[in-house]
Design a protein around this ligand. Structure first.
Ligand SMILES: CC(C)(COP(=O)(O)OP(=O)(O)OC[C@H]1O[C@@H](n2cnc3c(N)ncnc32)[C@H](O)[C@@H]1OP(=O)(O)O)[C@@H](O)C(=O)NCCC(=O)NCCS
Length: 151
């Protein structure tokens, strides 16, 4: 199995879109076409802090990691938030998610990011993987919906 982790690129759109649909189904949410398109454009734009990495298996995009680089009040260097992580159901258990996360660790060290973080549901089985990277913290998440829409 030939696996490459690389930055997302324009030609990935159709395959990324299929995975994105699967990701939204997993979360039982529906992201509007306008948001999906904007998310896609932002990932390819130099002027956005949203970026995408993909896992390519034998030439096909089979997984993605979406990240947001942001500033912080406690750090000088950029902080990386891993917002979305997804692997195609037919490719799970092959280490793709592990490689996607590890590539962010490696990239962050090389580029001088100060921190990488993500959150997940308490009962997400993927925590078995996450626990291999770092200890879980005891912060809890408070979130208010200010838009009047679902998410
Ligand atoms: C979570 C997800 C990205 C993992 O992708 P993956 O490529 O299958 O993960 P890996 O193969 O790199 O997993 C590595 C390890 O974690 C474990 N693991 C990862 N996801 C798991 C899951 N859903 N259930 C059970 N174990 C899991 C594997 O058993 C493996 O452990 P091992 O090496 O000790 O056997 C994938 O299951 C997925 O897309 N799930 C739906 C979306 C989701 O939950 N995203 C994360 C939201 S925070």
């Amino acid at each position: 199995m030939d696996v490459t982790i690389r930055e997302i690129q324009t030609a990935d759109k159709a395959q990324w879109r299929e995975l994105w649909n699967g990701y939204n189904q997993f979360y039982e949410s529906s992201v509007s076409e306008a948001v999906t398109e904007k998310t896609w454009q932002r990932m390819l734009s130099e002027h956005s802090s949203i970026e995408g990495r993909v896992a390519v298996v034998n030439g096909e995009v089979k997984g993605f990691a979406h990240i947001v680089l942001h500033e912080g009040t406690w750090e000088l260097a950029p902080i990386c938030y891993l917002e979305d992580l997804f692997v195609a159901p037919d490719m799970r258990g092959n280490g793709l998610a592990r490689r996607l996360i590890q590539s962010l660790v490696d990239e962050g060290k090389a580029k001088g990011w100060s921190r990488l973080y993500w959150h997940t549901r308490e009962n997400n089985p993927a925590r078995k993987l996450y626990d291999q990277f770092t200890d879980v913290e005891d912060f809890v998440l408070y979130r208010m919906n200010l838009s009047g829409r679902g998410v």
